[in-house]
Design a protein around this ligand. Structure first.
Ligand code: GDP
Ligand code: ZN
Length: 358
């Protein structure tokens, strides 16, 4: 197996030089099995990777631990099945989230994603403000943003929506697709270049899984499962989270990436606090802050002992953080004029055309 299929290139080789000198070999993280254990792709095939050394001590920031998509430096053990992970190469792009908890813990959800596809369903109202927020977040991650308008079969005039988005964010690539009629699927898979790493984000139900299956199924390639031995020698089977598609592009599909609410923080909070949200709809006032308002169903549940008070505290805290985050992104989006957006995307397009030259 050639690592180039997994995105290995001259630039990564240069970044790896010091490790090569130490007799380590490169590998790409395919999925996290559990803390410190990973399935990694080496030139000789898949191995069970284990983080070793001080670098991966519990007290060190979790952001330094390998994540799906990372390139790592490994030494394969003499028995041939295990690989010790010694280092993580500096990331080109990073998607991370802050875990809700006592402290703000940054968790890397995916690393080295080249292109992030925002999938929207044309059966629902799409929201231009969300799309702009998404573009800001994508830019911050370092990945190139692309918009996919799926379920075109359910919309009377998909071309009009596309034109509207293209006016809003000039130069961003927009695909109109339908997994039912197969509209736009060829164009989408042709867009994905060999060795390029893609990730899909978007609300639940917009068709991300179906699109990934279609992209992976143009030929029957195993999108398969990873089998690896855990520390006690038992076989564990895990879903592959970095999938090689027939077009040669790689797709990162992890629950963390799916849950990443790049476009609407509020949606993320509501999803993580479904219990609180379900109660809040029964509050007398629709803008209830669950503080001193009469008829508050959330406080009633706490008093009745059916909702732990910490849930409300955590919910409030996350909501405040996310509201601040949204304000920051909206400001960033505002400060980018139409002309600036255009320049950014012209640059991206030029780079893409350059890379596509034979
Ligand atoms: P995900 O939650 O984003 O992964 O969405 P899924 O891939 O699970 O799709 C949600 C539902 O939408 C499923 O019932 C799909 O069959 C359906 N679906 C996906 N793509 C299309 C499409 O292009 N047109 C229509 N009409 N339905 C679609
Ligand atoms: Zn309330």
């Amino acid at each position: 197996m050639d690592l180039a299929a997994y995105g290995w290139n001259e630039a990564w080789k240069a970044a790896f030089a010091a490790h090569a000198g130490e007799g380590l070999e490169p590998a790409r993280v395919i999925c996290e099995l559990r803390r410190k254990y990973y399935a990694v792709q080496t030139a000789a095939g898949e191995r069970l990777g284990e983080c070793i050394g001080r670098l991966f001590h519990e007290t060190v920031s979790t952001a330094l631990f390998p994540a799906v998509g990372d390139w790592v430096a490994v030494r394969v053990r003499p028995d041939g099945t295990r690989a010790d992970i010694h280092a993580v190469l500096p990331r080109r792009t990073v998607f991370s989230r802050r875990a809700a908890g006592e402290q703000d813990i940054e968790q890397v959800v995916a690393a080295n994603v080249d292109t992030v596809l925002l999938v929207a369903g044309l059966d629902l109202n799409y929201n231009p403000a969300r799309i702009q927020r998404f573009l800001v977040a994508a830019r911050e991650s370092g990945a190139e943003p692309v918009i996919v308008l799926n379920k075109a079969d359910l919309h009377p005039d998909p071309a009009a929506v596309r034109a509207e988005i293209e006016r809003l964010v000039p130069g961003v690539t927009v695909f109109v697709t339908s997994t039912t009629t197969r509209l736009g699927l060829k164009a989408l898979s042709a867009y994905a270049r060999p060795g390029q790493t893609l990730a899909l984000v978007g609300s639940s139900g917009v068709g991300k899984s179906t699109l990934i299956n279609r992209l992976a199924k143009e030929q029957a390639l195993p999108t398969g499962e990873v089998r690896a031995k855990d520390s006690k020698g038992r076989h564990t089977t895990t879903r592959r989270e970095l999938v090689l598609t027939p077009s040669g592009a790689l797709v990162i599909d992890t629950p963390g990436m799916r849950e990443l609410q790049l476009w609407d923080a509020a949606e993320g909070v509501e999803a993580a606090f479904a219990d609180v949200a379900a109660l809040a709809v029964r509050c007398r006032f629709s803008d209830c802050q669950h503080a001193t308002e009469p008829g508050c169903a959330v406080r009633a549940a706490i008093e009745a002992g059916t909702l732990p008070p910490e849930r409300l505290t955590a919910y409030r805290k996350l909501k405040a953080t996310e509201a601040a985050e949204l304000r920051r992104r909206d400001k960033a989006a505002e400060s980018l004029s139409r002309a600036q957006w255009k320049k950014i995307h012209q640059g991206q397009r030029a780079r893409r055309q350059f890379e596509q030259e034979p």
